[in-house]
Structures are given as structure tokens and as C-alpha cells.
Design a protein around this ligand. Structure first.
Ligand code: F6P
Length: 530
């Protein structure tokens, strides 16, 4: 992996590390245009990074040397690129049809089309009240029970498309913490509430425990008829049947759809229920357009690949250890959390595709929050700490209602742009008055940022944004030579929790736990009220 281009990039870094980003605009008058890519209604600007044309050339050469386009094609073609689980990563197949032309599908998509039609039918029946609850009522509320990829995508998209909601009200329960489910159901009516049990494996402890609680809550009122209030979305039909879910209420997806890439299929049911199937198709259509862009556009104009190269430059060459995601759009409130799973579960790895340990940093820590709120929380750190955090801004050109909120929205726009200026320029000492020239007020600036501008969050544009991020994650994984589609690291904690459960219930007393853990367990027993 660490080939000639990697060495060249390291040399580039050595040479440019003290250079100020703003000087790049003086040496290249067209930089603002050249370090930007526009595709239809999206504009991506990376001119405020310290990447110059020499660095860009070497980054692109690095990607080409890895034959990145061949690996991208392999994903679209369904090759088993998830080598440790011997699976394809074919989430793109879930959106591989035109919104209004459901016949234009590949072979594999015939099955997906039938499933999509079944799901749409079910969704319409719920929305119109044709399909009723166990007590004969129309469903007014839907609770999605799921965690990780079975929650983060649907939650982000449902919240982001709130302007399009015209179906039942959607709620999300994920945590094993009982307060999560109790705070949701206490305000709901079991006669009118539909539960979607969303779990690819249908074994996840949090989800199954919450689902059992919900089942008890409904069936105490409706008896066995309450099962009509339950739907399963999974890749493990038998397990859902064993749980008691009615056969006609199970919606399956294939094992080759990774949990964190699954929003495009039945895992998107809560979104479909809230905005309707036509708008959901627009969401898929947006993503599908990005698939074509990612597959066919040359590297220098390919937004996901350029984003990945910037990520690679910042993490592996500059050794910046985190990346801030800063949507100046309240609708994207859940984007940072969604990207945490997408990037960190996919590329938080230290072994390459050949099973060898690697000695370079892969994915940075992903964090962030919406602007302008984040300005009043952690921007102090971005401007004055001695760490460099590459920032990714996202900004919509239009708001909810331009007629009434335009000047209000203008404030959001200027704040976002002002922050990107401030990060680059800092406070220049020479422009400060005497009393201002003290170290406490100094902002060094020279902090890289990018910005992605879109017209407005619509289902189609949101589909495009999420597909860009998915492909960036995969492309970064290729640059780091890791498998972006497995997540073995999360198993260890789950296993220890299982052993602890057994130990507490006396099934297995011989498990070895640390003295610290045993002491903490005793302390918890001591603190318990009963
Ligand atoms: O524990 C991690 C994980 O496996 C994620 O990859 C996944 O999105 C989440 O748990 C939920 O898994 P499931 O959909 O099988 O319940």
C-alpha cells in the first residue's frame, strides 16, 4: 500500500505543512473554481484545504495505481468484496431502478422489484387505513425498534424529510435502557400503534428485548390479535416467525446488504410510511444518480472519490485524528451520528485485506453537530485548540419557506461561510489593534474545511447526499486497503455481556472477570433498591 505515491505525498506534506491555505488563492487565481465540483444541484468546494495541484495529482495517481475504478466496478457487479464474510456489498441494487420505471431492472433486481411492490402495497394499506390494527383501528403511530444501521438511517431520513410527512407519526426506540421504550410508549395507544421490529440478524439483544416489551404491552390489551400490530424487517425470516411475527408481516432483505447501508430497502419502511412510496422512490432515484456518477465519472470530477482522497490526505498523510461534520441545516441533525457508524464501523480497522496489520491511521474519529448551535459549543476548540480538525460543512441554499424566512435563513448562510473563512484566516496579528494583540485572542487559522452546498433537502437531494457519503466511505476503505463491510470488533463486548449475564444468573460461575468488574457488580447490588 505504502508505495511510491505515498512517499511522494509524504514529501508534499513536509514541504507544505507550514504553508498558509489562503496563499494558494494568490498563486492560483482560479483555485476557487478548480478545487470545486458541481453535479446538477450539488456544489462541492474543497479550495479551503491545503491541497494544491501537485498534491491532487499525486493523490489521484495513488488512487489510479490502486486501480480504484476496478474495485468500484467489482462492488457494483456483486463480486464478494466483503472477503471476511464472503459476501457481496450490493446495497446499490436496492436503488437500481428509475423512480417511474420499475421495469428497468437487472436480473437480480426482479426479486427486489417484487419485494419493493409488496412493501409499497403494505405501506399504502397502512397509510390509507385499509390495513387495521388488532383492535380494528387505523394506525396513527409507528414505532421502529432497531439499533445501529436498523435505526440511524431511518431516523436521519425521517427527521430530514419532516416537511414531506403525511402519514402516521414515527418514533424510534433503540437502547436497551428501559427508559427509552417507556418514554415512547407511555404517550401511545396500543390500539393504534404499529411496531416495526427492524433487525438484519433478528438476534440483537437490544432489539429483541425491546420487541418483547412492546409485544407484552400490546397483547395485554389486544390479546393474540395484537400480533397484527407487529412487522419484522430482517434477513432471518425463521427467527422472526419464531418470535411470533405473522408471515405476511415479514419483509426480508438479503445478507449482502450491510446494516449501515440498508436504508434503501425495507429498513426504510418508517420513511416510506411517513412520506409515501412516491417520495421514497425519489429518494432512491437521487442515490441512483450518484451511483452512476461514482461508477462513471473520472476521478478528478468524482465527488465521493475526491472526498475520500481528501480524507486519506488528512488522516494518513497529515495525521489529523478527527473529522468534524457540520451541517448548517437542522434537518440533518442526525447526520453526524449516522456518519459515525458509516465511517467508523466500516473503516475503524487495523488489518488490511490480506489480513496483515497496518501501521498507518485509517478512519479519523467522526463527530459533529448542527450549525449554528455547534458554534456556541465546540467551535472554540476548532479555532484555538492546538489540534487541527478538518471540518466538513453542509449548507442548503433555500429554507423551509423563502418568502417568510429568507432574512432568517441568510443568517444561517453567513454564519456557515464566516466560520469557513475564520478557520482559514484566523486572526491576523497585523490587522489587530494594539490591545487585541495578545495571545489569548489569537486564532491561528490555517485549518482546512470543505463545503457541500445543495438547493434544499428534498427526498432526491437527500438520496444523493447519503449515497455520496456511502461511496466516500467505501473509496476511503480502498485507499486504506481495508474491508469496509465487516465489523468484527463489535462482537467482543457483546460476548462478554452474554458471559456476564450467565454469571449473574449463576449459570456459569467460572468465568474470569477482572476484580474491578466484580467489585463494580457488587457495588451495583449494594445500591439496588430491592
Ligand atoms: O453491533 C453492530 C451491528 O451489528 C451493526 O453493524 C448493525 O447495524 C447493528 O448491530 C444492528 O444489527 P441488526 O440489524 O442485526 O439488529
Amino acid at each position: 500500500m505504502q508505495n511510491i505515491y505515498w512517499d511522494l505525498l509524504k514529501k508534499n506534506r513536509e514541504k507544505s505543512k507550514d504553508r498558509r491555505i489562503e496563499t494558494l488563492f494568490q498563486s492560483d487565481k482560479n483555485r476557487f473554481k478548480e478545487f470545486a465540483i458541481e453535479i446538477e444541484d450539488l456544489y462541492f468546494d474543497y479550495s479551503k484545504t491545503n491541497i494544491d495541484s501537485e498534491i491532487l495529482k499525486n493523490l489521484i495517481a495513488y488512487a489510479k495505481n490502486l486501480k480504484i475504478m476496478n474495485s468500484i466496478n467489482a462492488m457494483f457487479e456483486g463480486e464478494k468484496i466483503n472477503v471476511t464474510e464472503k459476501r457481496s456489498a450490493l446495497h446499490t441494487a436496492l436503488r437500481n431502478f428509475k423512480a417511474n420505471d420499475l421495469t428497468n431492472l437487472y436480473k437480480i433486481n426482479k426479486k427486489l422489484l417484487v419485494r419493493f411492490k409488496d412493501l409499497s402495497k403494505f405501506c399504502n394499506q397502512i397509510r390509507t387505513g385499509q390495513k387495521k390494527s388488532g383492535s380494528g383501528s387505523k394506525f396513527t403511530d409507528v414505532v421502529n425498534i432497531g439499533i445501529g444501521g436498523s435505526e440511524l438511517g431511518p431516523k436521519l431520513v425521517t427527521a430530514a424529510l419532516s416537511e414531506y410527512h403525511n402519514g402516521p407519526k414515527i418514533h424510534f426506540v433503540s437502547n436497551i435502557d428501559p427508559s427509552d421504550i417507556s418514554k415512547i410508549i407511555k404517550n401511545l395507544d396500543p390500539n393504534k400503534t404499529l411496531f416495526i421490529i427492524s433487525s438484519k440478524s433478528f438476534t440483537t439483544t437490544e432489539t429483541i428485548n425491546n420487541a418483547k416489551k412492546a409485544l407484552k404491552w400490546v397483547c395485554e390489551i389486544l390479546g393474540s390479535n395484537g400480533l397484527k400490530n407487529f412487522v419484522a424487517v430482517c434477513s432471518a425470516k425463521e427467527k422472526a416467525l419464531d418470535f411470533g411475527i405473522l408471515k405476511e408481516n415479514i419483509f426480508e432483505f438479503d445478507e449482502w446488504v450491510g446494516g449501515r447501508f440498508s436504508i434503501w430497502g425495507p429498513i426504510g419502511l418508517p420513511v416510506m410510511l411517513s412520506i409515501g412510496t412516491d417520495q421514497f422512490k425519489n429518494f432512491l432515484e437521487g442515490a441512483s444518480q450518484i451511483d452512476n456518477h461514482f461508477k462513471n465519472e473520472e476521478i478528478s470530477y468524482n465527488i465521493p472519490i475526491i472526498l475520500a482522497l481528501i480524507g486519506f490526505w488528512h488522516s494518513s498523510i497529515c495525521q489529523y485524528s478527527s473529522r468534524a461534520i457540520l451541517p448548517y441545516d437542522s434537518k440533518l441533525e442526525y447526520l453526524p451520528t449516522y456518519l459515525q457508524q458509516l465511517d467508523m464501523e466500516s473503516n475503524g480497522k487495523s488489518v488490511n485485506l490480506n489480513g496483515e496489520r497496518i501501521n498507518y491511521p485509517t478512519t479519523p474519529v467522526i463527530w459533529g453537530h448542527i450549525g449554528t448551535n455547534s458554534q456556541h459549543a465546540f467551535f472554540q476548540f476548532l479555532h484555538q485548540s492546538n489540534q487541527v480538525i478538518p471540518c466538513e460543512f453542509l449548507l442548503g441554499a433555500n429554507c423551509l419557506d423563502n418568502k417568510y424566512y429568507d432574512s432568517h435563513h441568510l443568517q444561517l448562510i453567513v454564519n456557515c461561510l464566516a466560520q469557513s473563512e475564520a478557520l482559514m484566516f484566523g486572526i491576523k496579528n497585523e490587522t489587530q489593534s494594539k490591545e487585541e494583540t495578545n495571545e489569548h485572542r489569537n486564532c491561528d487559522g490555517n485549518k482546512p474545511s470543505t463545503i457541500l452546498i445543495y438547493k434544499k433537502i428534498t427526498p432526491k437531494i437527500l438520496g444523493k447526499l447519503l449515497a455520496i457519503f456511502e461511496h466516500r466511505t467505501f473509496a476511503e476503505g480502498l485507499l486504506w486497503n481495508v474491508n469496509s463491510f465487516d465489523q468484527w470488533g463489535v462482537e467482543l463486548g457483546k460476548n462478554i455481556a452474554r458471559r456476564l449475564t450467565d454469571s449473574i444468573s449463576q449459570k456459569d460461575r467460572n468465568n474470569n472477570f477482572s476484580k474491578s468488574t466484580l467489585n463494580l457488580l457488587n457495588k451495583i447490588r449494594e445500591y439496588k433498591y430491592f
